[in-house]
Design a protein around this ligand. Sequence first.
Ligand code: NAI
Length: 275
Amino acid sequence: MSYNLLKGKRGIIFGALDANSIAWKTAERVHEEGGSFVLTNAPIAMRMGQINELAEKTGSEIIPADATSLEDLENLVTKAQEILGGKLDFVLHSIGMSVNVRKGRAYTDQKYDWTQKGTDVSAMSFHKVMQTLYKQDAMNEWGSIVALTYMAAQRVFPDYNDMADNKAYLESIARSFGYFYGKEKNVRVNTISQSPTPTTAGQGVKGFDGFIAYAERMSPLGNATAQDCADYTISLFSDLTKRVTMQNLYNDGGFSNTGVSNEVMEAFMKAEGHE
Ligand code: NAI
């Protein structure tokens, strides 16, 4: 259902790789709500070509940008304003990657140049995006910036590996930049902490099937889907959340505040031989 919440608003959406991507679902929802945007992704992700389908469907242009490259980001922010016809109202950072996770390297045996690459892509890129927007004065007053994160920033999930540290850094950047952007430009900055979601990045985490099934049974409302995340993001881009800023907001069906659920306890007792 559309409420025209983003009518006349302009923005940039990072990270739509394929139809499972959280950014893809968000782009579709923003379009439904009347927003216009430029789509962007790393040049290497473009080669898979699927983003063209999304661009066509939503009447959007694509500008490739490696989110770790200031030069690419400067070009992106300048061109996006030209294409969209003015300053921006919303930006979605939906980017994550750990080389240690990809290559199956244990948390206690990291290769630090891989760690650095993951930090740059997954966390520092968020600072780079905001600094570029800030320096170009590219955001309208009361604009909204959202990045996606995971609860491993607060609690240990062993297989999440160094992405846990990257997410902690990302959330901290949202708070710190949110202060300056709020004070000086009335722009809000938040992170959404999302349930495990079956996407390319999500499924790259070791033991993802167990991870998502466990979270489903632990969460009173069940796991939040990519579609749920898109809906939540729309609310944060809209004028209905104008003074929500510097927050890490859980979209997780209640997982983060649940100690244990009856279903998980029953499964555990069964496995222990207590019927
Ligand atoms: P996805 O794999 O569809 O999206 C990740 C995106 O990051 C891809 O589009 C990829 O091309 C992009 N990317 C990687 N390196 C880049 C670079 N150097 N420059 C620009 N873009 C780059 O997966 P998903 O799940 O939609 O991921 C989106 C965000 O949601 C990530 O921040 C992820 O950590 C976060 N998240 C995902 C969860 C999950 O279980 N899938 C749970 C909680 C948070």
